[in-house]
Design a protein around this ligand. Structure first.
Ligand code: SF4
Length: 490
């Protein structure tokens, strides 16, 4: 195939201990169309990857307590610590920038940046360098379908266009149009620097038309464990949690699944290409379609003997949610080693107000079953949801204490009100004004800063300390030995 031009693709994700799926998909699509692609990722030039989670020390416990503090005299210190942490995390890394600067000297036709909202300053820096060399920069990311965010980012000097769409199939055409200085507004989900926008992107269908990800440019020899990221589908079959920004992002709109055959064929191919048997499912909800989960458990061992894998589920209340003890046992036999799920809270009242579609009893039963089946269990949760009370936090602390022996890792965050979510809209309309104050929209990060005064009481703090002590007791232990190679990945 004739050479179409050269694309510099920059992976800004410094957290990955495995290749970045979005980059692999775009690389595959561009190469299929005859483009020469150069991929730059932080690890390939020696930048150590940041670990998301690890066995905790006492300092981690104190930092979490500070981060989640709602004790009034501490709030200025807490906010300072939060800002300092964000600054360190988000600041452009000099080695990466130098690497990009030298790659730009080879005059790529286009630079593509795959960005999360924390990458604003890095994108600013790269776009400015590219502008000096007169090289176009296209920035893609799942949240650029959100108007206020795209409006904020489009003003970065040197950015040619923002793309808030699943561009697995359209990216070669977008690149060609950029090179030919054509009309980018013919593609859905595009925002131009002058503020013009195209129509909103529809969810991509059928997913089987997307190529298998191309991870050949990633520095496999530098990863502590060779793990292939994969998705069986996009979106979430439930899609109703009031806080969830994933299902309003460009990639998460409405649930779609690949076919079982397409998923297994890719797993077989990736295992062969990269000489590994470890997989990380990045699906928002791996049990959206229970038969997919069951098929992987049943068929993967024949396709990739010795395969081991982990994924995230939602413990919903459907009669068949794919998470019965029998299903979990079969999943373990089929290579599943760890499962993560959104526990959020130990209070039924609060779960209902989030529209979580889960019950406290269902979560408890799932934890017992998953542990008994042999899985390492991780859960995510948060404090400070609008309307949360002292009693809710007491229920959360009780729940954690009751399940300490079965849980391997807990990620306990301060609640964030994220743009376009149902709770964001409610807060923005001020219907929660009695609960939340000091509202400050932050379109750069697609969220709302706020103060939640109902969690600043002594009683709430007492139960939160109890919950955090339980989290620390869990997180300071080693994870189940069968899942060690997956520790810190989700
Ligand atoms: S189950 Fe998970 S992915 Fe689905 S809407 Fe709720 S939080 Fe989002």
């Amino acid at each position: 195939m004739a050479h179409q031009g050269k694309v510099l693709l920059v992976d800004l994700n410094a957290f990955s201990s495995f290749p970045t799926l979005a980059i692999g998909l775009v690389t595959a699509a561009l190469r299929r169309d005859g483009y020469a692609v150069q991929v730059i990722c932080p690890l390939d030039h020696g930048r150590p990857t940041a670990v998301r989670e690890r066995r905790e020390r006492l300092t981690d416990h104190f930092m979490r307590r500070l981060h989640l503090s709602a004790y009034q005299p501490i709030l200025p210190l807490r906010d300072l610590a939060r800002r300092a942490r964000a600054f360190v995390r988000d600041k452009p890394d000099r080695v990466t920038i130098d690497r990009i600067r030298s790659a730009i000297e080879s005059r790529p036709s286009v630079i593509l940046l795959s960005a999360y909202l924390m990458h604003f300053e890095v994108v600013r820096k790269i776009a400015a360098i590219a502008q000096q060399q007169d090289i176009p920069v296209v920035v893609g990311g799942p949240m650029f379908n959100i108007a206020a965010t795209a409006e904020h980012w489009r003003k970065l000097p040197g950015v040619t266009a923002l793309v808030g769409a699943e561009s697995d199939l359209s990216i070669p055409h977008i690149v060609r149009t950029v090179v030919e200085k054509g009309d980018l507004l013919q593609f859905p989900g595009v925002t131009l620097p002058d503020g013009r926008i195209s129509v909103a992107a529809e969810p991509l269908r059928p997913l089987d038309s997307t190529p298998f990800a191309d991870f050949t440019d990633f520095p496999w020899e530098r990863y502590p464990v060779r793990i292939v990221p994969i998705m069986t589908g996009r979106g979430c079959q439930w899609a109703k949690c009031a806080f969830c920004s994933d299902v309003v992002s460009a990639n998460g709109l409405s649930y779609r699944s690949r076919s079982i055959g397409h998923v297994l064929a890719e797993m077989e191919e990736q295992a062969r290409r990269h000489a590994t048997r470890n997989f990380l499912f990045l699906d928002l909800k791996l049990n959206s379609w229970p038969d997919m989960l069951r098929a992987i458990a049943e068929q993967l061992p024949q396709r990739v003997p010795g395969a081991e894998w982990i994924g995230t589920v939602h413990v919903d209340t459907r009669a068949d949610n794919g998470l019965s003890f029998r299903d979990l046992k079969a999943a373990v036999s089929g290579g599943m080693r760890r499962v993560s799920f959104g526990l959020e809270s130990g209070s039924q009242r609060l779960l209902d107000s989030m529209n979580k579609g889960s019950t406290v009893e269902g979560n408890s039963e799932f934890i017992r079953n998953a542990h008994r089946a042999g899985l390492s269990l991780r859960c995510t949760m948060f404090a400070g949801y609008p309307g949360e009370t002292e009693e809710d936090m007491a229920a959360t602390a009780d729940f954690l204490e009751a399940h300490e022996q079965q849980l391997d890792r807990v990620r306990f965050n301060a609640f964030s009100v994220l743009d376009e979510t149902p709770i964001f809209k409610r807060v923005a309309e001020q219907s929660e004004a009695l609960i939340l104050t000091d509202l400050r929209p932050d379109p750069q990060r697609a969220k709302m800063e706020y103060r939640n005064r109902t969690i600043e009481t002594k009683g709430y703090r007492k139960h939160k300390h109890r919950a955090l002590a339980s989290v620390y007791r869990i997180n300071k232990r080693s994870v189940r030995s069968s899942a060690r190679q997956f520790d810190g990945l989700m």
